[in-house]
Design a protein around this ligand. Structure first.
Ligand code: GTP
Ligand code: MG
Length: 149
């Protein structure tokens, strides 16, 4: 089954939005299989945002991600990678649609609350980077029959 990597950034944790954010993916019907809170090392932050290393905002982004605890998660379900990106909303919260996480709670591109993998291959890379195999719980909700035909 498809999996994605989501991380509530330090602004989301500091603003006490963890429960609200998790609720949105849970009630949508996705399954939480990995969850931890951690202070991110510079090394992990730089690896995670490696694709952006030449961008002008890279240093600030790494500084921000390492500035406080992050809630790292793995979610599972049919189409979860692209669906999670829709639930999260556009990168710039001012452009993000109301009803999305960034659209409802953010105003600044550098404080956009949550990260979500942008493709299935990216998700695989990010899950392997953030989680050990034994930190992921393989389980299938018994309610599955009511969210899937
Ligand atoms: P992530 O899920 O965090 O990867 O966001 P995204 O996929 O919507 O955006 P992208 O991967 O292009 O950029 C990664 C992160 O860098 C964004 O979430 C922003 O926090 C930050 N970022 C991107 N573009 C800019 C920018 O132009 N200025 C600033 N300050 N930050 C930016
Ligand atoms: Mg991205």
């Amino acid at each position: 089954l498809e999996r994605t990597f989501l991380a509530i950034k330090p602004d989301g944790v500091q603003r006490k939005l963890v429960g609200e954010i998790i609720r949105r993916f849970e009630t949508k019907g996705f399954t939480l299989v990995g969850l931890k809170i951690l202070n991110v090392s510079r090394e992990l932050a730089e690896q995670h945002y490696d694709v952006h290393k030449e961008r002008p905002f890279f240093a600030g982004l790494v500084e921000f991600i390492t500035s406080g605890p992050v809630v790292a998660m793995v979610w599972e379900g049919e189409g979860v990678v692209s669906s999670a990106r829709k639930i999260i909303g556009a990168t710039n919260p001012l452009a993000a649609e109301p009803g999305t996480i960034r659209g409802d709670f953010g105003i600044n591109i550098g404080r956009n609350l949550i990260h979500g993998s942008d493709a299935i291959e990216t998700a695989q890379r990010e899950i392997a980077l953030w989680f050990k195999e034994e930190e992921i719980a393989n389980w299938e909700p018994t309610l599955m029959a009511w969210t899937r035909e």
